[in-house]
Design a protein around this ligand. Structure first.
Ligand SMILES: Cc1cc2nc3c(=O)[nH]c(=O)nc-3n(C[C@H](O)[C@H](O)[C@H](O)COP(=O)(O)OP(=O)(O)OC[C@H]3O[C@@H](n4cnc5c(N)ncnc54)[C@H](O)[C@@H]3O)c2cc1C
Length: 385
C-alpha cells in the first residue's frame, strides 16, 4: 500500500492552502458577521483553477484527481465552511454531475462557463415535504410542446440566489404503476427563465452564514426537451450519483473543520494558564486533545480512501458514505470539545471555535444526514429489506 500523495496532489493542496490561509481565513469572521461572501472570493477561486476541479482541461477544467479535490476541500474547510460549501455545490454536485450525465453539447455548453466562474451552479432537490425521502419530491414536469413545464417548490438551495444554472429534479406523470422515483427527471435550467423565482432562505442563523441559500418557486417554468440531464425518468440515479460526489466533498470539508479545531485548541492550551499551570498540562485536557487528533487521522484515511477508490474508477458510494458519516461526527465532537476547552472565550467570536461549532452542524445534515448515512452503510452490510 502506498499512502503518499503525488506531486499533482501536493501542488493543488499548496494552491488551496495559500488561498485559504491568506485570502479566506483573515475575512472568515467578517463574512460570518455580514452573512455574505464577497464575489471576489469566487473569481479568485476560478482564477486559481480551483472551480475547475476534476473536469478535463478540454472543457476548461483543472484535471484534478479526486484525491487532489479532497485536499482542496480540506484546506477550504479549514478556513471557512461557507466558502467550501459554495464550491462543493458548484463543482461537485453540479459540474461533476453534468460531466457524468451530460451529452457532449451540454458538457461543452455549461462546463467551461462553470469552471471559469462566469456561471454559478446550484442543485435543487430538497422540498418542503421531501428531504431525506428524495423519491417523494412533489415538483412536477408536465410535457408541453417542445419541452416541459415545471411547477413546485425547492428549499435550502445553496448558491441559488447567485446561480445562473440550476439542476432541478421534477417528476413526470407516472406511467404503468411505476414507482414514484422512476418518474424523476433532472433538468438543466437557466435561472433567468420566466417562472423561476427565488428568495433568500428565511431564518438561517446557526451556521454557514456567509453562504447563499434560497427558497425557489417554479411556476409554469418552461424547459426545452434538450435540457434533460441523463435521460427522461433517470433523475433519481442522477441525483444519487451527484450526492456521491458531494458527500466526499462534505467529508473532506469536515476534515478541514476538525483540523482547524485541533489547531486552535493546541494553540490555546499551550498559552492559557490556570492553577499555576498551562491547561495543556492537565491530563483531562491532554486526553481530549489526543482523542481529537486520533479521530482526525481516522477521518483523514477514510476520506482519502474514498477519494482514491473513486480515482480508480470503482464505485465508491459506500466509502463516501462512511467517510461523510465518520468525518462529520468526529468533527462535531472535536468542535464541541474545542469550545469547552476554550472556556468562556470559546463562547465568544473573539476565537474562531464557536463558528466551527455552528458550521459543522450543517455538514451533519446536508447531502444526507448522519441517520441516512447509517442507513446506506447498514443496507450495504446487512442487505436491503
Ligand atoms: C446549510 C444547508 C444547505 C443545504 N443545501 C442544499 C442544496 O444545495 N440543495 C438541496 O437540494 N438541499 C440542500 N439542503 C437540504 C438538505 O439536504 C436537507 O435538509 C437534508 O437532506 C434533510 O432533509 P430535511 O431537512 O427535509 O429533514 P427530514 O428528511 O425531514 O429529516 C428530519 C430528521 O429525520 C431523520 N430521518 C429521516 N428519515 C429517516 C429514516 N428513514 N430513518 C431515521 N431517521 C430519519 C433525519 O435524519 C433528520 O434527523 C441544505 C440544508 C442545509 C441545512
Amino acid at each position: 500500500m502506498d499512502f503518499s500523495h503525488s506531486e499533482h496532489e501536493l501542488r493543488w493542496q499548496t494552491i488551496a492552502r495559500d488561498f485559504a490561509q491568506r485570502e479566506v481565513s483573515p475575512i472568515a469572521r467578517e463574512m460570518d458577521e455580514l452573512g455574505a461572501m464577497p464575489p471576489s472570493i469566487v473569481s479568485r477561486m476560478a482564477e486559481l483553477g480551483l472551480l475547475g476541479s476534476t473536469i478535463s482541461s478540454d472543457l476548461g477544467g483543472s484535471d484534478m484527481t479526486s484525491v487532489a479535490l479532497a485536499m482542496v476541500y480540506e484546506e477550504l474547510g479549514r478556513a471557512c465552511s461557507s466558502v467550501r460549501g459554495f464550491m462543493t455545490v458548484h463543482s461537485s454536485l453540479v459540474m461533476q454531475c453534468i460531466n457524468q450525465w451530460g451529452n457532449d453539447k451540454q458538457k461543452s455548453t455549461y462546463l467551461p462557463m462553470l469552471a471559469s466562474g462566469q456561471s454559478i451552479g446550484c442543485y435543487c432537490l430538497t422540498e418542503p415535504e421531501a428531504g431525506s425521502d428524495a423519491a417523494n419530491i412533489q415538483t412536477t414536469a408536465t410535457p408541453v410542446d417542445g419541452g416541459y413545464e415545471l411547477r413546485g417548490e425547492k428549499i435550502w438551495i445553496t448558491n441559488a440566489n447567485i446561480a445562473s444554472l440550476a439542476i432541478v429534479f421534477a417528476k413526470l406523470p407516472i406511467v404503468d404503476n411505476q414507482k414514484p422515483h422512476g418518474a424523476i427527471t433532472a433538468f438543466l435550467i437557466d435561472t433567468s427563465t420566466k417562472g423561476f423565482q427565488r428568495k433568500k432562505m428565511p431564518g438561517k442563523e446557526l451556521g454557514h452564514r456567509a453562504s447563499d441559500h434560497a427558497h425557489i418557486t417554479l411556476e409554469k417554468c418552461f424547459v426545452p426537451s434538450e435540457n434533460i440531464l441523463g435521460g427522461e425518468r433517470q433523475g433519481f440515479k442522477v441525483a444519487m450519483s451527484a450526492l456521491d460526489h458531494g458527500r466526499l466533498g462534505v467529508a473532506a470539508g469536515a476534515l478541514g473543520v476538525h483540523q482547524a479545531c485541533l489547531d486552535a485548541t493546541v494553540s490555546f492550551v499551550r498559552s492559557r494558564k490556570q492553577f499555576g499551570s498551562r491547561i495543556g498540562d492537565f491530563e483531562m485536557i491532554q486526553a481530549s486533545v489526543a482523542e481529537m487528533k486520533a479521530s482526525l487521522e481516522a477521518s483523514r484515511y477514510l476520506v482519502y480512501l474514498a477519494a482514491w477508490k473513486k480515482d480508480t474508477g470503482e464505485t465508491s458510494t459506500l466509502e463516501a458514505s462512511i467517510a461523510k458519516f465518520h468525518a462529520t461526527e468526529a468533527a462535531l465532537k472535536a468542535a464541541s470539545e474545542a469550545v469547552l476547552i476554550h472556556g468562556g472565550r470559546g463562547y465568544s467570536n473573539e476565537y474562531p471555535v464557536e463558528r466551527y461549532y455552528r458550521d459543522i452542524k450543517g455538514l451533519q445534515i446536508y447531502e444526507g444526514t448522519s441517520h441516512i448515512q447509517r442507513i446506506v452503510i447498514a443496507r450495504n452490510v446487512i442487505g436491503k429489506p
